[in-house]
Ligand binder design. Structure first.
Ligand code: XMP
Length: 524
């Protein structure tokens, strides 16, 4: 079988918010890559076996003493190097050129002119000017600029304001770009990365969903042998894809435990059972623990206390089920690559993204289970692609994230069965209408919240004094910051009317127009 890891690119991270995007672009081009921090052990950088190195952007200034530098070993690997923004600047500084603090910051759209017929940009253009020079629409975000080329380099791109917006030493195959080809605003960005990884570094395109599955299947089989594996299935994308993948690899050696805590979305449990259990034949133990959870939550209104109760009980229920299974040797988890990068970042003090909260936390240590983490190398979009390839329905694979404590943190204050039923119903209407209007894909997370305040409503001849439902929809990339989605009034109108008419016990519907910050995405 093709070795999908042999053609590999190393990305050295200088702290740019776009570093993971670079990695995703490279992967989309069918090439395996990993991200290491700029100060990674040089021995590790050397041993990585990269066919090319990309130096990311970063928030610092190379003009400042002690600012980050690429490990010197990068220049002796004999492979092509591409520096992006800060990466270009540190390359310049390290190889004998000059970088100066700019008088103005250049941020946003820019038109660059490709020059000097470089191997990197040749024939890549959005249009040409009257003299036949290629012009590209790109995205810039920088303050410092290169003012003097390092020896051996030529200029390959410039803008009206920045004479040196791209550099190349074709002999050593070192390239630097001041703009960000990884963002979609740079329309030819994909072509630029393809040129670098395929043509300049000579990487093939082995990294495809089908190959990734085949490789993961083989690795899981080799790791697990004839032994048994346990998986906590939450219904979320990651654990569902792990289930489908492990089922493909080891069939009935996998048992999933799906704890239904009664705070799931409408029909969520049945959908999971159908998609994975009935359609794919995955062995799933479904535990209907709703009464236990609601009992434990009775009268508790503090959000953190609710989270603790749900988390603790979840583990208890999961463990009790796990104990009933015999000879389990492995515990499977849906850890994905951003979690891995983040833990590495946290260890070195360079944290990246928000920690994704896991339902299944400190698990049966006394069972001495070894971990199986078949998604450890994958980004979320790759997890979705292989999920689809494995036969999971699009609605499951592209589902918005859902917090572990579920509706427990979307019912403000004390959780009751009635509030959960009301909220579930209102939420389902909201999501159905979003999907119908084509807005589900445009939003990153959307849901209803149950507000235990009472407001007056009039239905027919009667007045009622009932709870309020708030709708929330946000657009975000990393869930650290978010913009409230500007949903069309017509859509909000349909949702509001349907919810008040179809869900008993709701007097009015409001829409949350708070961004994050200062608000959080969830209400609790
Ligand atoms: P906030 O509300 O902090 O949410 O802006 C950011 C993201 O985290 C999710 N979230 C949780 N996920 N357990 C989870 O598994 C939790 O307790 C929890 N609280 C928030 C939230 O849904 C959003 O995607």
């Amino acid at each position: 079988m093709t070795d999908l890891h042999s053609d590999r690119i190393l990305i050295l991270d200088f702290g740019s918010q776009y570093t993971q995007l670079i990695a995703r672009r490279v992967r989309e081009l069918g090439v395996y890559c990993e991200i290491l921090p700029w100060d990674a052990d040089p021995a590790k950088v050397g041993a990585f076996g990269a066919k090319g190195v990309i130096l990311s952007g970063g928030p610092e200034s190379v003009t400042e003493a002690g600012s980050p530098r690429a490990p010197e070993i990068v220049w002796s690997l004999g492979v092509p190097v591409l520096g992006i923004c800060y990466g270009l600047q540190t390359m310049t500084a390290q190889l004998g050129g000059t970088v100066e603090v700019g008088t103005t910051r250049e941020f946003g759209y820019a038109e660059i002119r490709a020059r000097g017929h470089s191997a990197l940009l040749r024939d890549i253009q959005d249009r040409a000017n009257a003299e036949g020079h290629g012009l590209l629409d790109v995205w810039m975000s920088h303050g410092d600029r290169v003012t003097q080329l390092p020896p051996g380099f030529k200029v390959i791109a410039s803008t009206a304001d920045v004479p040196i917006a791209g550099i190349a030493d074709e002999e050593r195959r070192y390239y630097g770009l001041q703009f960000h080809p990884e963002v979609t605003h740079t329309t030819q960005g994909r072509a630029v990365y393809s040129r670098f990884v395929h043509d300049i570094c000579g990487c093939g395109q082995a990294w495809t969903a089908a190959n990734v599955i085949e490789d993961a299947v083989e690795r899981v089989r080799a790791q697990v042998g004839e032994r048994k594996v346990l998986l906590g299935l939450s219904g979320g994308v990651d654990s569902s894809v792990v289930a489908a993948l492990l089922h493909r690899a080891i069939g009935d050696q996998l048992t999933c435990v799906f704890v239904d805590h009664g705070l799931l979305r409408l029909h969520e449990g049945d959908q999971v059972m159908q998609a994975l259990g009935e359609n794919l034949g995955v062995r799933i133990v479904r535990v209907n623990a709703a009464p236990r959870f609601l009992g434990a939550l009775a009268g508790v209104d503090d959000p953190e206390a609710k989270r603790k109760i749900i988390g603790k009980l979840f583990i208890e229920v999961f463990e009790a089920e796990a104990q009933k299974l015999e000879d389990v040797a492995f515990l499977a988890q849906g850890t994905i690559y951003p979690d891995v990068i983040e833990s590495a970042g946290a260890a070195t003090g360079k944290a990246h993204v928000i920690k994704s909260h896991h339902n299944v936390g400190g698990l049966p240590t006394h069972m001495k289970l070894k971990l199986v983490e078949p998604l450890r190398e994958l980004f979320k979009d790759e997890v979705r692609r292989i999920g689809t390839e494995l036969g999971l329905p699009k609605t499951l694979v592209h589902r918005h994230p859902f917090p572990g404590p579920g509706l427990g943190v979307r019912i403000l204050g004390a959780v009751t069965q009635q509030a959960a039923d009301t909220l579930r119903h209102a939420d389902a209407i909201f999501i159905e209408e979003l999907r119908r209007a084509g807005w589900y894909e445009k939003t990153s997370q959307a849901f209803a919240v149950f507000l235990p305040v009472k407001s007056v409503g009039v239905t027919g001849d009667g007045r009622r004094y009932a709870p309020v439902i708030a709708l929330r929809a946000v657009e975000t990339v990393d869930f650290m910051t978010a913009r409230w989605a500007h949903l069309p009034y017509e859509l909000l109108d349909v949702c509001s009317r349907r919810i008040v008419n179809e869900v008993s016990g709701v007097s009015r519907v409001v829409y949350d127009i708070s961004g994050k910050p200062p608000a959080t995405i969830e209400w609790e």
